[in-house]
Write a protein that binds this ligand. Structure first.
Ligand code: NAP
Ligand code: 8YV
Length: 317
């Protein structure tokens, strides 16, 4: 029987994904104790946002590496320039989590505007026995700005269409087949909206795309929802804006230094904080794991993984 192909696991993966990987591949866990000679001969890697970043230091020790399969659609955990320099294909799990992340985003949006976690805490603390919970702001009549109208942004927009609210968006360019108004900058979008939902990729190009000026433009009844990456929002500017009433509230799923959430955010009542839950359901995490494995298997079998990221598409034979 032929030896199973070797895969380095540099990722935090669900047990069901690990078990499925092990049936098909010979697995090596990335650790300080891993024999450098083994590392040097491994052709494939499984990575994830939830584990450490993958960069030049590791790739330089892996001259045989040809593919990194990421567990996640965002791949800002991988240094793409280094991957390209080493001729390494990168794949993601695009297409299997869009609806789940969009569902979570709508939940976070409603929880933030209607103050659902605060209301839950109020009931548990016996507050209702003493009087009514204060009236909340509303989603009614709002314009929702989607910062990054990609696969997930569009799944969010489809849901919001059903809520009868106005939608606008910003990306680097307007999309010909999209009917919502496009704005040429994050600040212009924020000025035209009173909810801003960030769902762009992370990385250098989008670092602090939502800054103090964007928050000012969103205004005192404005609500920021960040389901993109922590790096997309200037967290210090956000804390200041929430404290000063520059915006009304924020719903956050992602942070600059996960899993550490700044104490200043924890202390605020006008923010809803989730621990990076966008895709975190059993069924979707399982589908992401399967897509990651299918990418590896397709590459070993045919040289053509299912969902290579655009930057490394030209490396696919
Ligand atoms: P996608 O289909 O590639 O869409 C990304 C969108 O962002 C595109 O519409 C793109 O439009 C826009 N964009 C890219 N760079 C931009 C820039 N510099 N300035 C302004 N707009 C920019 O990606 P997706 O699958 O929807 O995922 C988006 C991101 O969501 C992921 O990369 C990940 O970081 C995050 N995410 C978070 C969770 C979670 O658990 N919270 C789960 C999944 C994904 P243009 O090309 O026109 O600029
Ligand atoms: C996951 C995500 O939490 O897909 C993404 O980009 O942010 C989430 O689905 C993460 O990727 C798991 O590693």
């Amino acid at each position: 029987m032929a030896a199973r192909p070797e895969v380095l696991v540099a990722a935090a993966l669900p047990p069901v994904t690990m078990a499925a990987l092990e049936t098909r591949f010979a697995i090596h866990q990335l650790s300080d104790g891993l024999d450098p000679a083994i590392l040097a001969r491994i052709p494939a890697m499984a990575a994830s946002t939830l584990a450490g970043p993958i960069g030049e230091a590791l790739l330089a020790r892996m001259p045989a590496l040809r593919i990194i399969a990421n567990f996640g659609v965002g791949y800002d955990n991988i240094d793409i320039a280094a991957a390209l320099a080493h001729g390494v294909i990168v794949t993601n799990t695009g297409g299997v989590l869009d609806e789940e992340v969009a569902d979570l985003t709508i939940g976070l949006l409603l929880a933030t505007i209607r103050r659902l976690p605060q209301a839950d805490r109020f009931v548990r603390a016996g507050g209702w026995l003493k009087g009514a919970f204060p009236l909340s702001p509303s989603l009614r009549g709002r314009t929702i700005g989607i910062l990054g109208l990609g696969a997930i942004g569009k799944a969010i927009a489809r849901r919001l269409d059903g809520f009868g609210v106005a939608i606008a968006y910003h990306g680097r360019s307007p999309q010909a087949d999209v009917g919502y108004p496009w704005y040429p900058s994050a600040e212009a979008l924020a000025a035209a909206c009173d909810v801003l939902i960030a769902i762009v990729p992370g990385g250098v190009a989008t670092r602090h795309l939502v800054d103090a000026a964007v928050l000012r433009a969103l205004g005192p009844s404005g609500v920021l929802i960040n389901v993109a990456r922590g790096s997309v929002v200037d967290e210090d500017a956000l804390v200041t804006a929430l404290q000063a009433g520059t915006i009304a509230a924020a719903g956050l799923d992602v942070y600059a230094d996960e899993p550490r959430v700044p104490a200043a955010l924890l202390a605020l009542d006008n923010v809803v904080l989730l621990p990076h839950l966008g895709s975190a359901s059993d069924v979707t995490r399982q589908a992401m794991g399967q897509r990651m494995i299918d990418n590896l298997a397709a590459w070993f079998d045919t040289g053509r993984p299912l969902t290579p990221v655009p930057e490394t598409l030209h490396l696919v034979g």
